[in-house]
Design a protein around this ligand. Structure first.
Ligand SMILES: NC(=O)c1ccc[n+]([C@@H]2O[C@H](COP(=O)([O-])OP(=O)(O)OC[C@H]3O[C@@H](n4cnc5c(N)ncnc54)[C@H](O)[C@@H]3O)[C@@H](O)[C@H]2O)c1
Length: 297
């Protein structure tokens, strides 16, 4: 998913990509599905998509990426497997400059643990799908070489990505720390009988949610006044959730197999939902960020 979406982004901005993949047919099919979606939305023409696809090649063997200097590693979230892949890369790619892992959670310290060239590893956490969502969180270590960071940052910024830097690793990186703090409080309010999920979602969608697509959190609270922040928070903080593990409201659903959309039931019932309409609605806010350097064909 992430590898193909990044291939869509890079080729869409004129950068050649070699995908190391076991199944070329499946990879190409997904690549074309993403492009067809962009064509349907009027963001890319059929001719441009065909032109971009010429920049994509596949290999099943590490010898096929031996000339690559920058590698985005997008394999499943399994540290041991990632170590095996880095070992292959180090043995095969003689002019390696950087490995950027799209890991959702693993610290670059752990990623680089078995590497010989630890100075070349970093985490670049994208948001799905990375060809549409601009933010990438870049996490380096004390030992990550500045030239490796620069090479990855330059590619991402060339493709219009917004790179957010972390000075040191922290679980969940930036976005998921924030997102799960919000989710923990939302679940807490439901468990306390304060309100239901529909009213929480309505509040977010129609109050502060839209604000943060044009200004930042710190801009907003500076604008509101830090004296007001102080008086609200001293009163509010003692009443907020301080749960240190996933709350029962979620845990019970997982235990009985109600995993959300994919099983038809989660917090909401998904059985009657039009999923195409839902996916379109979910990606719509990101379309305004579409800023690729598409070929002029
Ligand atoms: N899906 C998301 O929303 C999302 C968002 C941000 C980051 N990520 C992270 O991106 C990475 C990839 O996630 P995904 O959702 O694209 O997973 P995915 O299951 O869609 O793709 C994983 C790919 O890894 C390949 N693979 C497995 N073992 C391999 C090996 N030994 N060598 C080479 N390839 C191998 C699989 O064939 C598959 O193509 C993970 O680290 C994940 O945590 C995912």
């Amino acid at each position: 998913m992430i590898a193909t979406s990044l291939a869509v982004l890079f080729t869409g901005n004129g950068i050649s990509v070699t995908l190391l993949a076991k199944d070329e047919e499946k990879g190409r099919e997904r690549y074309r599905t993403y492009y067809n979606d962009l064509i349907q939305r009027g963001l890319v023409t059929k001719e441009q998509a065909e032109h971009c696809e010429k920049l994509l090649s596949f290999t099943q063997d590490y010898s096929g990426i031996s000339e690559q200097r920058v590698i985005f590693e997008c394999i499943i979230e399994d540290l041991e497997l990632k170590h095996c892949v880095y070992d292959e890369i180090e043995r095969n790619c003689k002019s390696l400059l950087a490995i950027a892992s799209t890991t959702s959670s693993i610290s670059p310290i752990d990623l680089g643990k078995k590497m010989v060239q630890k100075e070349k590893i970093m985490a670049t956490h994208p948001w799905s799908p990375p060809h549409l969502v601009p933010c990438v969180e870049l996490v380096k270590n004390d030992f990550t070489a500045p030239e490796s960071v620069k090479a990855v940052k330059d590619i991402l910024e060339y493709c219009g990505r917004e790179v957010a830097f972390m000075n040191k690793p922290a679980p969940g990186f930036i976005g998921n720390r924030l997102q799960h703090a919000l989710y923990r409080e939302a679940v807490y309010m439901i468990e306390q009988g304060i309100c239901g999920p529909e009213d929480i979602d309505k509040t977010i969608r129609t109050s502060f949610g839209p604000r943060y697509t044009s200004i930042g959190l710190f801009e907003h609270f500076d604008y509101a006044g830090l004296d007001m922040v102080l008086s609200i928070e001293d009163y509010l903080f003692p009443t907020l959730s301080n749960a240190v593990k996933t709350q029962d409201y979620i845990r019970e659903r997982v235990e009985r197999g109600d995993l959300g959309c994919k099983t038809g039931e989660g917090v909401y019932n998904w059985k009657e939902r039009d999923m195409d309409a839902f996916r379109n609605k979910a990606s719509e806010p990101y379309l305004k960020f579409f800023n690729w350097k598409l070929p002029k064909v």
